[in-house]
Design a protein around this ligand. Structure first.
Ligand code: 8YV
Length: 319
């Protein structure tokens, strides 16, 4: 790298001051969220910018990338990259890093948390006690057992494997569906997603988002999971045909759902808010202080490594 202080375009603040400070110490920062006229600032400094900091939920388009002729690295806060045009960046020789592994535990914990909350009606039970219903009729409905039940994992990657590890703790029978069978895991592979759903008591979505998996969980899969089945989604809302899911929940053709992600966040279909067999939370799978700090630190480390060596530490593999 040249001796001049490299210029970094930061689309959003890192949620931890230490990590933000590390960027400020190493780069000439353009903190775009502070700018009155962001487009004018980008136009004025477009030739100087060599790196961008963004996040899994911040659109980082080919249009923005093409405005920056000397861009060499994009460092993203988050493991998912469906909001970033990674293919376009990589085609232009631009590295894109994400924050894998540091969030596996918390995302998998929330997947099991949603599964338990939905199966045991924790959200409904909470509302029941808070609205003083317990003292009046004491007829709270039964939940369904989790231990020793069948769990189907859609997308057996790092997070999927962490979910499988936790499911073993509940003595659950585990099968998975992926684009390809994995040869390095001793779990049962199901080539047909519909067959996996038909077999499973709980279907957990842990696959990547983006056009390749859009509506992978369609009406056929949802109907196969069925009246006693429970759908859990901690990946991306677009992976599930949300309209089909809502219709099946309302009609009773799907037993229940525990959701952290939605097709048009932060919009959540109103119908879901009225259903007792649904647990809905606001995209918080990685939202713990420990994990978000680790994610912010990894973004700073990727940017620092790029400034020092020209290479990020956790690049997204070529797509
Ligand atoms: C987000 C996530 O990163 O990592 C992901 O892909 O969806 C989350 O951890 C977070 O919500 C904001 O950046």
């Amino acid at each position: 790298m040249t001796t001049a202080t490299p210029v970094l375009l930061q689309l959003l603040p890192l949620p931890f001051p230490e990590a933000q400070q590390r960027l400020a110490q190493r780069f000439d920062l353009i903190e775009l969220w502070k700018e009155q006229d962001p487009d004018a600032v980008i136009a004025a400094r477009q030739n100087e910018i060599v790196a961008v900091v963004t996040s899994a939920m911040t659109p980082t388009s080919a249009k923005l990338i093409d405005k920056l002729p000397n861009l060499r690295a994009i460092c993203s806060h988050g493991v998912g990259y469906d909001a970033i045009d990674v293919k376009h960046a990589q085609k232009k020789g631009i590295q894109v890093s994400n924050t894998p592994d540091v969030l596996n535990d918390c995302v998998a914990d929330l997947a099991l948390g949603l599964l338990l909350a939905t199966a045991r009606r924790l959200g409904q039970a909470e509302r029941y006690v808070r609205s003083n219903l317990w003292s009046t009729d004491a007829k709270f409905p039964l939940g369904v057992k989790v231990s020793h039940k069948k769990i189907g994992i859609v997308g057996l990657g790092r997070i999927g494997m962490a979910i499988a590890q936790r499911a073993k703790g509940f003595d659950m029978e585990i099968r998975y569906h992926n684009r390809r069978q994995r040869t390095d895991v001793g779990l049962t592979y199901e080539p047909s997603l519909v067959e996996l759903a038909a077999w499973a008591d709980f279907l957990v979505i842990a696959t990547v988002g983006g056009p390749d998996t859009r509506h992978l969980v369609n009406d056929d899969v949802i109907k196969a999971l069925g009246r006693d089945g429970i759908l859990i989604n901690i990946s991306r809302g677009t992976v599930v045909d949300e309209t089909a899911m809502v219709n099946a929940l309302v009609s009773g053709e799907l037993g229940g759902a525990g959701l952290d992600v939605y097709e048009s966040e932060p919009t959540v279909p109103d119908a879901l808010k009225t259903l007792d067999n649904v647990v809905i939370v606001p995209h918080i799978a990685s939202a713990t202080s420990e994990t978000r700090k680790a994610m912010a630190d990894l973004v700073a480390a990727n940017a620092e490594a790029f400034a020092k060596t020209g290479n990020v530490i956790t690049p997204i593999p070529p797509l």
